[in-house]
Write a protein that binds this ligand. Sequence first.
Ligand code: BES
Ligand code: MN
Ligand code: MN
Length: 443
Amino acid sequence: MDRDRLLRELSEFLRIPSVSTLPAHDDDCRAAASWVAAELRRLGCSDVEFLGSEKHPVVWGVGPHVPGAPTLLLYGHYDVQPPDPLNEWTTPPFEPAVRDGRLYARGAADDKGQVFCLLKAVEAGGAPAVNFRFLIEGEEEFGSKVLFDLLKREPHRTTADVALVADMSYIAPNWPAVYSTLRGLCYAEITVRTAKSDLHSGEYGGAAPNAHEELARLLGRLKGEDGRVNVPGFYGPVKRPSKAELAAWKKLPFKEKDFLVKRVQAKGLTGLKKYSVLERLWALPTFEIHGITGGFTGQGAKTVIPAEATAKVSLRLVPNQRLKQVQQQLAAAVKRFAPKHVTATVQFLHGADPAQIELHHPAFKLLDRAFREVVGRGTVAARAGGSIPVVPALGATGAPVILTGIGLPDDRLHAPDEKLDLKQLWDGIEVFKRFYELLGASR
Ligand code: BES
Ligand code: MN
Ligand code: MN
């Protein structure tokens, strides 16, 4: 395939600022959906539709019918995370740029570049003997509500022999992976109200409650300095990985020191120190604060006691935790930890149950073989710290869900200077092309 053309086409897709969480970008999300739909038509899909929403439609497509061939459902998302802080990007997030063999743009790896790979592999394969179904959604980065509701109404959309999700990464350069778990997520806003309005900090300071101070203390009670989440009942359903799995992780190309120095680039790691870093990232739940607003944060100085403060937080969940239960536990903990003179409320924005996937189905062998042939190494079994809300629903009609990806661990998803190595892109197209061929020949 002509790589210049491919790069031009992917850059076109990446230039659309399809940020699903910001209503100002609703039209851009639709434009990205239209871009995907046009690609699906070019692939010869008979039935290309927008489903579920005007703003962030799910793009559905049905590939050319091949009698007797297996059905493969391809999943990905065309929406992206907000690009801020903008001043930390070397080149602007929606002006794709190649430097040193890497393509820099928001969505380059998560997930437009990977959706592109799945689609171009269909084209590269000529007419693979596979009945393709496409579900490319536009709300993954905001909880996938549209797709969830769609699949509740129309579960047959996921009927397939195999579902393939390319929205993850290798676990190290030249180490492709398949994933057996994803963490779930409980995203919430905790708001603390302490008075009817803001107050002069001289007139009232010393006697009036301060919303930021109360919020800071409340957050401090929810998670200790040792990294333990102090939400009562939270760890109840959490199971440790088996001895065999923990032993297998020790053989992976992962060094805690490198993770700190090269990837986190901080002065030290935090969290529950008695567990390995991989166990903390993959098999333990978390509590993170994403941002705190309220009071005075503008330029200059204002002496005020804020009456309200809000924290955006999320908890990552691991198998056997349940979103519903964690929401109840968090609401109860906030109520219990807030002092009487404070009104504390919790609003839940979105969330997802954790996912767990058996890696036994023969289709995993085919992907392993495709990677082995193209990049020289087969897939290693790993777990993922991130979340893809709809994965449990994708497997609900019985298809094995293969979680894999062509990104690298240092792609800086959700952060400034997100990138995709071009080698990963070119290899990825070959890998998926070969996988489709092998799947088509497997009947
Ligand atoms: N592609 C990621 C998920 C991911 C990242 C899996 C890294 C494995 C490793 C996905 O786009 C994502 O970021 N999901 C969100 C979901 C949330 C907003 C409901 C996440 O994990 O924060
Ligand atoms: Mn993604
Ligand atoms: Mn993401």
